[in-house]
Ligand binder design. Sequence first.
Ligand code: HEM
Length: 163
Amino acid sequence: MNHPAPDFLVALEASQIGALIRQSVWIYPTANISHVIAIVLFAGAIAVMDLRLMGALAGSDPARVVRGARRAAILAFLAVLLSGGVLFVAEASHVALNPVFQIKMALIAFGFAHAVFLGNRAVRALDTLGPQAPMPSFARVSGALSMLIWIGVVGLGRYIAYN
Ligand code: HEM
Protein backbone atom coordinates (compact mmCIF):
# COMPACT_ATOMS: atom_id res chain seq x y z
CA MET A 1 0.00 0.00 0.00
CA ASN A 2 1.29 3.46 -0.91
CA HIS A 3 0.74 6.08 1.83
CA PRO A 4 0.98 9.77 0.90
CA ALA A 5 3.81 11.69 2.57
CA PRO A 6 2.88 14.08 5.42
CA ASP A 7 2.09 17.62 4.23
CA PHE A 8 5.11 19.21 5.92
CA LEU A 9 7.47 16.92 3.98
CA VAL A 10 5.72 17.68 0.68
CA ALA A 11 6.01 21.41 1.55
CA LEU A 12 9.67 21.01 2.51
CA GLU A 13 10.52 19.33 -0.79
CA ALA A 14 8.51 21.93 -2.77
CA SER A 15 10.12 24.86 -0.88
CA GLN A 16 12.58 27.25 -2.52
CA ILE A 17 15.44 25.51 -0.75
CA GLY A 18 14.29 22.10 -2.02
CA ALA A 19 14.02 23.45 -5.57
CA LEU A 20 17.42 25.16 -5.32
CA ILE A 21 19.10 21.91 -4.21
CA ARG A 22 17.52 19.96 -7.10
CA GLN A 23 18.13 22.59 -9.78
CA SER A 24 21.70 23.49 -8.88
CA VAL A 25 24.30 21.41 -10.71
CA TRP A 26 26.62 21.37 -7.70
CA ILE A 27 24.63 21.48 -4.41
CA TYR A 28 23.29 17.89 -4.43
CA PRO A 29 26.56 16.29 -5.64
CA THR A 30 28.56 18.35 -3.10
CA ALA A 31 26.22 17.29 -0.28
CA ASN A 32 26.41 13.66 -1.43
CA ILE A 33 30.22 13.67 -1.58
CA SER A 34 30.37 15.51 1.78
CA HIS A 35 28.01 12.91 3.28
CA VAL A 36 30.33 10.10 2.18
CA ILE A 37 33.51 11.90 3.37
CA ALA A 38 31.88 12.70 6.74
CA ILE A 39 30.78 9.04 7.03
CA VAL A 40 34.37 7.90 6.42
CA LEU A 41 35.66 10.26 9.16
CA PHE A 42 32.85 9.21 11.50
CA ALA A 43 33.52 5.51 10.84
CA GLY A 44 37.25 5.97 11.49
CA ALA A 45 36.65 7.65 14.84
CA ILE A 46 34.00 5.10 15.82
CA ALA A 47 36.33 2.21 14.90
CA VAL A 48 39.12 3.56 17.14
CA MET A 49 36.69 4.18 20.01
CA ASP A 50 34.95 0.81 19.77
CA LEU A 51 38.13 -1.23 19.26
CA ARG A 52 39.63 0.39 22.39
CA LEU A 53 36.45 -0.33 24.35
CA MET A 54 36.70 -3.95 23.19
CA GLY A 55 40.26 -4.19 24.49
CA ALA A 56 42.36 -3.58 21.34
CA LEU A 57 45.24 -1.02 21.26
CA ALA A 58 45.96 -2.27 24.77
CA GLY A 59 49.19 -0.28 25.24
CA SER A 60 47.32 3.05 25.11
CA ASP A 61 45.54 5.00 27.87
CA PRO A 62 41.92 3.88 27.36
CA ALA A 63 40.20 7.03 28.68
CA ARG A 64 42.32 9.36 26.51
CA VAL A 65 41.87 7.28 23.36
CA VAL A 66 38.13 6.79 23.81
CA ARG A 67 37.39 10.41 24.79
CA GLY A 68 39.50 11.77 21.89
CA ALA A 69 37.88 9.43 19.36
CA ARG A 70 34.44 10.26 20.76
CA ARG A 71 34.98 14.00 20.25
CA ALA A 72 36.09 13.35 16.67
CA ALA A 73 33.03 11.13 16.10
CA ILE A 74 30.69 13.86 17.41
CA LEU A 75 32.23 16.46 15.06
CA ALA A 76 32.04 14.09 12.09
CA PHE A 77 28.46 13.20 13.00
CA LEU A 78 27.48 16.89 12.82
CA ALA A 79 28.86 16.97 9.25
CA VAL A 80 26.96 13.73 8.45
CA LEU A 81 23.79 15.32 9.80
CA LEU A 82 24.21 18.57 7.86
CA SER A 83 25.02 16.88 4.54
CA GLY A 84 22.33 14.21 5.07
CA GLY A 85 19.84 16.99 5.82
CA VAL A 86 20.58 18.66 2.45
CA LEU A 87 20.10 15.33 0.63
CA PHE A 88 16.88 14.76 2.54
CA VAL A 89 15.30 18.16 1.77
CA ALA A 90 15.75 17.59 -1.98
CA GLU A 91 13.58 14.45 -1.95
CA ALA A 92 11.89 14.59 1.46
CA SER A 93 8.45 13.30 0.51
CA HIS A 94 9.51 10.06 -1.12
CA VAL A 95 12.72 9.27 0.79
CA ALA A 96 10.84 9.56 4.11
CA LEU A 97 8.44 6.83 2.92
CA ASN A 98 11.28 4.51 1.94
CA PRO A 99 11.28 1.71 4.55
CA VAL A 100 15.06 1.38 4.34
CA PHE A 101 15.43 5.09 5.15
CA GLN A 102 13.01 4.68 8.06
CA ILE A 103 14.99 1.74 9.47
CA LYS A 104 18.21 3.72 9.00
CA MET A 105 16.79 6.64 11.01
CA ALA A 106 15.50 4.31 13.73
CA LEU A 107 18.93 2.67 13.97
CA ILE A 108 20.62 6.12 14.17
CA ALA A 109 18.26 7.01 17.05
CA PHE A 110 19.12 3.71 18.74
CA GLY A 111 22.85 4.35 18.20
CA PHE A 112 22.46 7.81 19.71
CA ALA A 113 20.56 6.48 22.73
CA HIS A 114 23.19 3.78 23.20
CA ALA A 115 26.01 6.37 23.04
CA VAL A 116 24.28 8.55 25.64
CA PHE A 117 23.36 5.80 28.12
CA LEU A 118 25.64 2.76 27.91
CA GLY A 119 28.45 4.61 26.07
CA ASN A 120 28.70 7.38 28.67
CA ARG A 121 28.83 4.83 31.47
CA ALA A 122 31.58 2.91 29.67
CA VAL A 123 33.65 6.07 29.12
CA ARG A 124 33.36 7.09 32.78
CA ALA A 125 34.47 3.63 33.91
CA LEU A 126 37.72 3.99 31.93
CA ASP A 127 38.94 6.93 34.05
CA THR A 128 40.28 4.60 36.71
CA LEU A 129 41.95 2.21 34.25
CA GLY A 130 45.51 2.41 32.97
CA PRO A 131 47.02 0.95 29.80
CA GLN A 132 46.98 -2.88 29.69
CA ALA A 133 44.08 -3.05 32.19
CA PRO A 134 41.37 -5.46 31.05
CA MET A 135 38.24 -3.67 29.83
CA PRO A 136 35.08 -4.12 31.93
CA SER A 137 32.64 -6.46 30.22
CA PHE A 138 29.95 -3.80 29.70
CA ALA A 139 32.55 -1.60 27.97
CA ARG A 140 33.35 -4.49 25.60
CA VAL A 141 29.64 -5.07 24.96
CA SER A 142 29.10 -1.34 24.38
CA GLY A 143 31.99 -1.23 21.87
CA ALA A 144 30.74 -4.29 19.98
CA LEU A 145 27.14 -3.04 19.94
CA SER A 146 28.18 0.42 18.73
CA MET A 147 30.24 -1.11 15.92
CA LEU A 148 27.33 -3.30 14.80
CA ILE A 149 24.87 -0.38 14.91
CA TRP A 150 27.02 1.97 12.81
CA ILE A 151 28.00 -0.70 10.28
CA GLY A 152 24.27 -1.35 9.92
CA VAL A 153 23.55 2.36 9.39
CA VAL A 154 26.22 2.62 6.65
CA GLY A 155 24.83 -0.48 4.89
CA LEU A 156 21.25 0.80 5.09
CA GLY A 157 22.33 4.24 3.84
CA ARG A 158 23.80 2.66 0.70
CA TYR A 159 20.81 0.35 0.28
CA ILE A 160 18.31 3.25 0.15
CA ALA A 161 19.21 3.79 -3.50
CA TYR A 162 18.07 0.24 -4.42
CA ASN A 163 14.71 0.39 -2.68
C1 HEM B 1 25.96 8.09 10.99
C2 HEM B 1 24.88 8.44 10.32
C3 HEM B 1 24.70 8.17 8.84
C4 HEM B 1 25.33 7.26 8.03
C5 HEM B 1 26.41 6.25 8.41
C6 HEM B 1 24.76 7.43 6.71
C7 HEM B 1 25.13 6.68 5.59
C8 HEM B 1 24.70 6.93 4.30
C9 HEM B 1 25.20 6.27 3.12
C10 HEM B 1 26.32 5.22 3.08
C11 HEM B 1 24.51 6.76 2.07
C12 HEM B 1 24.69 6.40 0.58
C13 HEM B 1 25.60 7.42 -0.05
C14 HEM B 1 25.85 7.10 -1.50
O1 HEM B 1 26.15 5.96 -1.79
O2 HEM B 1 25.77 8.00 -2.34
C15 HEM B 1 23.56 7.73 2.56
C16 HEM B 1 22.67 8.43 1.79
C17 HEM B 1 21.73 9.29 2.30
N1 HEM B 1 21.63 9.72 3.60
FE1 HEM B 1 22.74 9.11 5.17
N2 HEM B 1 23.83 8.43 6.73
C18 HEM B 1 23.76 8.91 8.01
C19 HEM B 1 22.95 9.91 8.49
C20 HEM B 1 21.98 10.53 7.75
C21 HEM B 1 21.05 11.50 8.26
C22 HEM B 1 21.01 11.97 9.73
C23 HEM B 1 20.24 11.86 7.22
C24 HEM B 1 19.09 12.82 7.16
C25 HEM B 1 18.88 13.80 7.97
C26 HEM B 1 20.67 11.13 6.06
C27 HEM B 1 20.10 11.22 4.80
C28 HEM B 1 20.54 10.57 3.68
C29 HEM B 1 19.91 10.68 2.37
C30 HEM B 1 18.67 11.50 2.03
C31 HEM B 1 20.67 9.88 1.50
C32 HEM B 1 20.42 9.66 -0.01
C33 HEM B 1 19.54 8.46 -0.19
C34 HEM B 1 19.30 8.15 -1.65
O3 HEM B 1 18.42 8.75 -2.22
O4 HEM B 1 20.03 7.30 -2.17
N3 HEM B 1 21.74 10.33 6.42
N4 HEM B 1 23.71 7.82 3.94
